[in-house]
Design a protein around this ligand. Structure first.
Ligand SMILES: [Zn+2]
Ligand SMILES: [Zn+2]
Length: 171
């Protein structure tokens, strides 16, 4: 079976740029465009404005992530297991190594791109989240990662220079 290193890659959206907020037609197939640039749609209180409407989703909008919100808490990131699964460096490093072994071998050209795009652990952390919540990646249906989760993972594994690719889908 041919190995496709990116078969579970997230859709990579435009590189984020704090300098420009013009909406371009890159996101013309976006949903919830009226959510861009604010967090009025957030119920949990931890979401941040996202660059696309598709990424502008709250943990409280998904029944499965709601199930992981501890009683009397408001956000899925309040679940202590969230940090154990998604932001613990040793866990993410281990999952990253496992991912490389499962998806490899990766040819040089792909490796370049791989290093550029997913060398940090954020991508693996998003996969961890999706496995934790949904138990599978969902190869056909893209499951967006809630904004509050994206925020926590970005803070745990910050990008050098502050540029983030759109990894908000776990495959
Ligand atoms: Zn929220
Ligand atoms: Zn939340």
């Amino acid at each position: 079976m041919e190995v496709e290193p990116y078969q579970f890659e997230p859709t990579v959206s435009e590189e984020e740029s704090s300098a420009s907020d013009d909406s371009s037609d890159v996101f013309s197939d976006d949903v919830n465009e009226d959510r861009i640039g604010h967090v009025e749609w957030c119920i949990c209180g931890n979401c941040v404005p996202m660059h696309t409407g598709r990424e502008s989703t709250c943990c409280r909008e998904n029944a499965k992530s709601c199930d992981k919100i501890p009683p009397a808490m408001s956000c899925v990131t309040d679940n202590e297991n969230f940090n154990a699964v998604c932001t613990n460096p040793a866990v993410i490093e281990t999952a990253f190594n496992q991912y490389l072994e499962n998806e490899g071998p990766i040819d040089d050209e792909s490796l370049n791109e791989y290093v550029c795009i997913t060398f940090t652990y954020r991508y693996v952390a998003y996969r961890q989240y999706t496995y934790w919540i949904h138990k599978k990646l969902g190869r056909k249906i893209r499951i967006p990662i809630p904004s509050c989760v994206v925020k926590q993972i970005r803070e745990s594994f910050p990008s050098e220079g502050g540029n983030y690719k759109g990894f908000e889908y776990a495959h």
